[in-house]
Write a protein that binds this ligand. Sequence first.
Ligand code: AAL
Length: 411
Amino acid sequence: MSENPGKPSAFPSRIPLEKPTDRPLSAATQRLYDIWTPRQDVGNPFYTIFKYSRVTGIGRDDSDMSVSRRDPSKVLKIGDTYYVWYTRRRTRHIPVGRHDLDHANDEIPAVDWDLADICYATSNDGFNWIEQGVAVPRAPKGSYGDRSLSTPDILVFKGRYYLYYQTFTTMWRQNDCVNVSVAWSDSPDGPWTRLDRPVVPQGAPGEWDSCAIHDPYPLVYQGKVWLYYKGSPVDKSPGNLLRAQGVAIADHPEGPFVKSQLNPVTNSGHETMYWPYEGGIATLLILDGPEKDTIQFAPDGLNFAPMAHVQLSPQAPGPFCPDAFADDGDGRGITWGLSHMNPLGAGREEGLQIIRFDCDLSRDSSRAEFKRSNLHWGEETWFQRMTELPQEWRARILAEQGEFDKPTAGT
Ligand code: AAL
């Protein structure tokens, strides 16, 4: 109790678990109760750190071709075997890049996910994988989906398997404009039958998803197929919503899909993953937007709220999520999955590798090691390609700081 009854005592070292009403609270302390949790990171079920492992079979490729394996699907466990599907490009040439498209052709890819097929691999432990080969190949030349199939995800619905993927026809389009199609099979090992038509169409001109329907991510929720996706507009100029996620819902995996009127349902996230959590849906938003690197929760699958900030998020993650299609209102969460890594860092994409991430976002695990904060990074982090100050910037900064760096006031 404070010595001076009119003056509230200092904030206690042990954080009250209920929001205090007997004292003024700063905006930050109010957020501790209104947005985050007084239980801090260690007690936040939506907080985790991520730890990464190289995997065999679908990781680093030592062939003499230019190979990229990327954008892994959710991981399924069927019997004792894990399955994953992913984009695989295997070409003699590296991609020319989106600014040199004139030199792309039927042999030379435009971008890293051009001239690709949907491949799959199996594993007994999630670390050591065996590439089984092509699951869904591109369509015959001259038909829908003949250029590239990429960025798959998997759905199991009423005993049948469905693979959704970005479907590029004729040529990779500037701004990565593309729609999503589907193939189905009665076995995870195929054979697969392509539907050869869009199932989630692009938006109308001027709409937020008028250029691209990317990263299809199906779950079964409220008795229907909920397909979350990244949308992007044709016009990428500043001021346009460039990275956001929407959801399209259907009674049947082949559609028709109806886009939610609340779309976009996230305001960030170039990459994402979603998982059922309790009776709602949780998501991790990655890379782009004001809420990047946050884990969010929507009790209705639509209205997401940030629940935790995280660091070094897995990129293009596909979690092992055994209840992704259970629709039992009791989502248990996730502890691992696969993601991809660009060994060259951002920019040049000449061949990505699949890696494994582990975390603790499960209601059934308790792994204190994954609830730590205060992470310190080693030298290779501070001085890697994306984080070391380029020499040209050092020269520019030196040239400008004479003007910017005023003498310290009062000295
Ligand atoms: C990925 C995904 C989509 C994009 C490209 C390949 O990270 O967002 O699939 O088209 O990049």
